[in-house]
Ligand binder design. Sequence first.
Ligand code: 8Y4
Length: 290
Amino acid sequence: MCRVLTKRQAKMLFGDQRLNLTEPHVMGVINVTPDSFSDGGSLFASQSLCLDAAMERARAMVAEGASFLDIGGESTRPGADRVSVQQELDRVIPVIEAIRASLNVVVSVDTSTPEVMIAAGKAGAGLINDVRALGREGALQAAAGTQLPVCLMHMQGDPKTMQDNPVYDSVVEDVSLYFDERIKQCNHMGIPTERILIDPGFGFGKTLVHNLQLLNHLNLLINKGLPVLVGMSRKSMIGDVLNKPVDKRLHGGLAVSVMAYERGARIVRAHDVAPTVDALRMAHAVMMSD
Ligand code: 8Y4
């Protein structure tokens, strides 16, 4: 059998929940940003967070088989409004608390803000998901203090300008070397490798070709022996190949999610939980046979 994670790495503790990472897991996306373009801000009523709507979506995603729910209060969309720390806390913390009070799921907090990481940890989050890979001032220390696992995502540049002509020598090699550096920094600041997941960051400072190469050669990141998370759901890499708008990208997203799983990714971040769970369960059944 070809293992992508050692036996010790196969089980990972997310707060108080232990997950078996030899099996595929789906992370459902719950945006609590009024400018979110994936849900048209439907979780909001006049700028103020509608907790009931967020909880309804959370319950549905858990029923559909999500292992994680990713709660984000700061949009990374180019040109999105900057939110204050207090605003991000106000959006995200009540949702984390409500999910923890009523649902059996790992709460992932999608944040780059040290204060939010700390508050989310206290509210019961089980994973810190940072698209800036703990790059903000104080983020490494804050994440280390929570004792939670962290997902380090690769991004070239910043959300405002990252898609203006991104260039790499070799995108796969560059991303791989970036993680080696970040993992060293994390270890130095008290985050052990056993608590780190990595994510190539599809669409974050990458052209279509960069995204396709990263997926095709995902093995090179898998080889580091750390759990790999991927997020391609509804992204432009699907839209650009299929020439379809954001609401018609599900089937393309399922195809690339299965490809990522087959190459060794174990957590798939997705908006459409039920179909993604089915696709990965089917792929898993095939891969377990011999
Ligand atoms: C339609 C809907 C088109 C959403 C694009 C998008 C990732 C992530 C995001 C990812 C990890 C997004 C927070 C971008 N993407 N975290 N976050 N990995 N770990 N765009 O790929 O969903 S937000």
